[in-house]
Design a protein around this ligand. Structure first.
Ligand code: NI
Length: 170
């Protein structure tokens, strides 16, 4: 069991685009476990490799946040191949943007393709919370945070708050 450090805004690594995984080996399987440990410990419902300073295209997620049974899923090289409708994801949050929540416009449903932890192709037809989690985590792999999807004014207020906090703690 390994709990990894989660990078937080304004760490520049969070803007990095992930690179596709070519080969799922023993080392990666350990990384999946470590990512799940980190997600459950946080606690969160999803985690992208970008958030732990790894540039590989990997996400783990569990909308049930069930620490006991850990029914998490791994998606390697996930891509949104179709998205439909629009919902307001209320009070969305992110482990990399601590102590901040905002409403974000998201697609209502999404079809996501990728590989599972064994490297087998999977296709997920998601709606509700799962669709929102997948969009949020795949955004991370593209270097996008949920605060990039809110109004410029709200984002500016948040950024100023963080700057002030960093200054005060320096
Ligand atoms: Ni996040």
């Amino acid at each position: 069991m390994a709990i990894l450090e989660i990078l937080t805004y304004p760490d520049g690594f969070l803007k990095k685009k992930a690179t596709p995984v070519m080969d799922i080996d023993e080392g990666l399987r350990r990384l999946f476990e470590d990512m799940a440990d980190t997600m459950y410990a946080a606690p969160g419902v999803g985690l992208a490799a970008t958030q732990i300073g790894c540039d590989k295209s990997i996400i783990v997620f569990d909308p049930t946040a069930d620490k006991e049974n850990r029914p998490y899923q791994v998606l390697v090289n996930p891509t949104i191949i179709a998205a439909e409708g629009q919902v307001l994801s209320e009070n969305e949050g992110c482990l990399s943007v601590p102590e901040y929540r905002a409403d974000v416009k998201r697609a209502e449903s999404a079809i996501v393709e990728g590989l599972d932890r064994e490297g087998k192709p999977v296709r997920i037809e998601a709606e509700g919370l799962l669709a929102i989690i997948l969009q949020h985590e795949i955004d991370h792999l593209n270097g996008v945070l949920f605060i990039d999807r809110i109004s410029a004014l709200k984002r500016e207020i948040y950024k100023r708050k963080v700057k002030k906090q960093l200054k005060n703690s320096a």
